[in-house]
Design a protein around this ligand. Structure first.
Ligand code: AHR
Length: 840
């Protein structure tokens, strides 16, 4: 007996054992008590012309600045010292002109176009002397003065950070050209590699007429270069005008003319979106009211589309216009959600607006847009839709009025739109856009009646996990909630596994509260990596490639595994580990100048650090602002700025930070970073929020509640911060002011539902802990027979996909062991898992 025990003990020591999961628990699903129905179109997409999502992205046009209009200033704006300045008329909310201005990055009158005289002599310039159309008043005038024999003058376009030319592929070129008779030809169009090799070539014209003539050609590539460029070669002297030079790959998504880039459209289709929101976002509002998009200018002939100046700092061609958006929605099998301007420009920019007497015109425009989408072909706008090749109605189901507006005045405008639209289209679902984070009750009350309220939710790291099921607390008021833009987008790199887990937790709460939340769309959807306007985006691409952030796969898994009904789900689990705050100490200010001295860190009576401000040695300022120096034995930050300075990371838990601090001038008090927990900076903000409150913060998120309090200028304060495990105690002049404990973010969260068609029970589980969780899944009211587990995870929660490693974080599916109707599963650390159980 003893021998056999010994044998097994030795064997156990010799055979490598998988690390045992340190915690165990249960997930209990009650299939006998169905909950709320889940809308089939719960998850949709949000499209906005931001980070070149459309032009230079989804929209397949390959020529940048095709109409030679990209150096135009936005309507009614002035250029002052390198900045675009909108009219200084009052802001809709504040009543005072906003000071907002935008750096004008246009450095040439012909962006994306260059001239290569090729050893000869030539000049090019913009002219508005002979407009092609009202919408494209400028054109390019090239004057060739000398061309050496055997060469040509070349006018080149760089595309959108290169043109993706692939061997064997065809490209459709169209352009307008004219000459005063001085040019004797020929003109040849070419695709050239970045190093100058000819990849495709086609003759365009020899003699040109005085008026504009349209030329078309097909270029077939004999070689590949994803960073190619387009060129027009001019073979003789004389003057030539060009306008509206357009190049499309012959192959677009679903072979639509004026179509979309197939790879990106397919990636989007992979999300199985239930709806498409268009055209934004801030884009729907404009930097000033004159710059707002107008749908009627985005349909019909491309040459007649004026384009819209995107609030993200570049001109949109509007080639992916209203008709194309509706077509895209239809092709995706999705409902269309159109955002109309409410007569107010972007509140975070100029906030300029049209007076109330302009509202009937705007409402009329909205009604016309609806008629264009769904009106009969006998109606004026329905007939135009038919003339544009689509007699059948498009799937327009939602109209959203405005984007991210505030207050009663906006609500009153919503009421006017609502009444007029409902009178003519009672089935149209109408949304208002509430200000970012939370729902603005004043707008809702002023609107009176509304079908949908759109909340935007950009959250910092861990927010969604800490605040899991935040929607449960929302008062049900008769309207549906739409989370029109959501993302975990601070403290997560460009979108790592932690971002994905938080996004998944947020979506789980949406799905769980499907009696309230009927629609949701992650934002922003697309980013051309060459022009990022927003920190974290879902799909990254350049001219030829794309990779998908982990959150793309989470969104896709949620759409693919959308039950029809919720089931009650209870998690019973306590993870074994919770990481303490560890010491990383610094000093900080927020729009304030201040000075500091006598900084010490102590642990168990031992001094780990003591400052010596005879010099600033050992302190490292962080960030771009602030002026740190030593003055009279104190460390001074003398700019009224957001500024930080740190000593090297001390590490370790349970310690006390003490210092003296004095405010010199400015709006707030001091910020003392004391440590790091869960990858976030933990700080005590003393006299924040305009010097009205104190708060413990993890990254920028307030832990618990703020506390009223302020800081006097010119007075030295004695500050002590005790850090114990995950608890911070902040003392001012010996008095305990605040005690806060960081909530745990190592959790197992789960929701479940049943798919009526297949009968499958679908369980979505986030394990945000650094340890595996061995769980028993109990199902009452149904007997699972078999199943699969699809897991999206990484050992390193900071990991991201990239062009080089696009599939580092992708879902993996494996069969589940179901024994006697019971399921046991170990949920990996930092994982999203979808269990799909076939039931008997
Ligand atoms: O998604 C990016 C921007 O975020 C949107 O344009 C705006 O609505 C929000 O503030």
């Amino acid at each position: 007996m003893l021998r056999s025990l010994l044998f097994w003990a030795i064997l156990l020591l010799l055979v490598p054992q998988p690390p045992a999961p340190r915690s165990a628990g249960t997930i209990t699903v009650d299939a006998s008590r169905p909950g709320h129905e889940i809308p089939a179109n719960l998850y949709g997409i949000f499209f906005e012309e931001i980070s070149h999502a459309g032009d230079g992205g989804l929209y397949a046009e390959l020529i940048q600045n095709r109409g030679f209009e990209d150096s135009r200033l936005p309507p009614m704006c002035k250029l002052e010292n390198g900045f675009v300045v909108p009219p200084r008329t009052p802001h809709f909310d504040t009543g005072k002109p906003s000071e907002w201005r935008l750096r004008w990055n246009v450095t040439s009158e012909t962006p994306a176009w260059t001239l290569d005289a090729g050893g000869g002599s030539a000049e090019m310039r913009l002219t508005d002397a002979t407009p092609l159309t009202e919408a494209t008043p400028h054109s390019l005038l090239v004057e060739v003065k000398a061309v050496p024999a055997g060469v040509a003058v070349a006018v080149r376009n760089e595309g959108y950070w290169g043109i993706n030319v692939q061997q064997g592929s065809q490209y459709r070129l169209s352009l307008y050209a004219r000459s005063d008779g001085s040019f004797k030809g020929p003109i040849t169009a070419r695709l050239e590699s970045a190093d100058g090799r000819v990849l495709a070539s086609a003759p365009i014209a020899s003699r040109l007429a005085n008026g504009w003539t349209k030329f078309e050609a097909t270029l077939t590539a004999t070689d590949t270069d994803p960073k190619a460029r387009f060129a027009l070669h001019l073979g003789s002297t004389g003057t030539v005008g060009f306008d509206f030079v357009s190049l499309f790959p012959a192959k677009t998504w679903r072979d639509r003319p004026n179509g979309l880039r197939p790879d990106l459209a397919e990636i989007i289709a992979g999300l199985r979106p239930g709806f498409v929101r268009w055209p934004g976002g801030c884009f729907a509002e404009g930097i000033n009211i004159e710059s707002r998009p107008q749908w009627k200018r985005s349909i019909g002939r491309l040459e007649d589309r004026t384009g819209t100046y995107s609030p993200w700092g570049y001109w949109s061609t509007d080639g992916f216009g209203y008709h194309e958006f509706l077509q895209f929605s239809e092709d995706l099998g999705a409902d269309a959600l159109f955002v109309v301007n409410v007569g107010v420009s972007c509140s975070m920019r100029s906030g300029t607006f049209l007076e109330d007497d302009a509202l009937p015109g705007l409402i009329h425009d909205a009604l016309d847009a609806i008629e264009y989408a769904i009106g009969p072909v006998s109606s004026r706008w329905g007939a135009l839709r038919a003339r544009h090749g689509h007699p059948a109605p498009f799937p327009l189901k939602y109209i959203e009025i405005g984007n991210e507006q505030r207050g009663e005045r906006y609500g009153e405008r919503v009421a006017m739109f609502y009444k007029a639209i409902k009178a003519k289209y009672p089935r149209m679902q109408i949304a208002l856009s509430s200000w970012i984070a939370g729902v603005d009750q004043r707008i809702i009350d002023a609107a009176g009646k509304i079908d949908i309220v759109d909340e935007h939710a950009y959250k910092p790291l861990h927010w969604a996990i800490e605040n899991f099921d935040s929607f449960a607390a929302y008062k049900r008021q008769g309207w549906d909630l739409y989370i029109g833009e959501f993302a975990t987008n601070a403290g997560v790199g460009r979108g790592n596994v932690l971002a994905m887990l938080n996004d998944a937790a947020y979506m789980m709460s949406m799905e769980k509260n499907s009696d309230l939340v009927k629609l949701g769309s992650y934002a922003p959807l697309l980013e051309n990596v060459n022009d990022r306007d927003w920190p974290v985006n879902m799909i990254h691409f350049d001219s030829s490639r794309a990779y998908l952030r982990a959150t793309y796969y989470a969104n896709k898994l949620f759409a693919e595994n959308l039950p029809t009904i919720n089931l009650a789900t209870v998690v019973d689990y306590t993870p074994a580990t919770s990481k303490p705050i560890t010491a990383r100490v610094g000093l900080g200010t927020h729009n304030t100048a201040a000075e500091f001295k006598d900084v010490t860190i102590e642990r168990n009576g031992q001094t780990l650090f003591r400052s010596n401000f005879s010099s600033a040695d050992g302190w490292t300022p962080e960030g771009r602002r602030g002026r740190w120096s030593v003055v009279d034995g104190a460390y001074r930050q003398e700019e009224q700025a957001i500024a930080w300075s740190y000593i090297p990371e001390t590490g370790g838990a349970d310690y006390t930070v003490s210092l003296e601090a004095r405010k010199l001038s400015g709006l707030e008090g001091f910020i003392i970073p004391v440590g790091v927990a869960d990858g976030r900076r933990v700080q005590w903000n003393v006299g924040g929020w305009g010097n009205t409150r104190h708060a413990v913060q993890a990254a920028d998120a307030v832990v618990g509640e703020q506390q009223r309090g302020s800081i006097e200028t010119g007075r030295w304060y004695d500050i002590r911060i005790d850090v114990r495990d995950r608890t911070i105690r902040g003392y001012l002049d010996g008095q305990l002011v605040q005690e806060r404990t960081l909530p745990r973010i190592d959790k197992v969260l789960a929701i479940s539902g049943r798919d009526a068609k297949s009968g499958d029970i679908i369980i979505k589980v986030v394990n945000s802990a650094p340890e595996a969780a061995a769980m028993t899944v109990n199902i009452s009211g149904a007997t699972p027979a078999s199943g699969t587990a699809t897991v999206l995870r990484s050992d390193n929660p900071l990991e991201e996909n990239s062009f080089d490693e696009p599939t580092k974080i992708v879902p993996q599916t494996s069969p589940l062991t179901v024994r006697g109707g019971a399921v046991s599963h170990t949920f990996e650390p930092y994982s999203l898992t979808i269990l799909r159980l076939r039931t008997r």
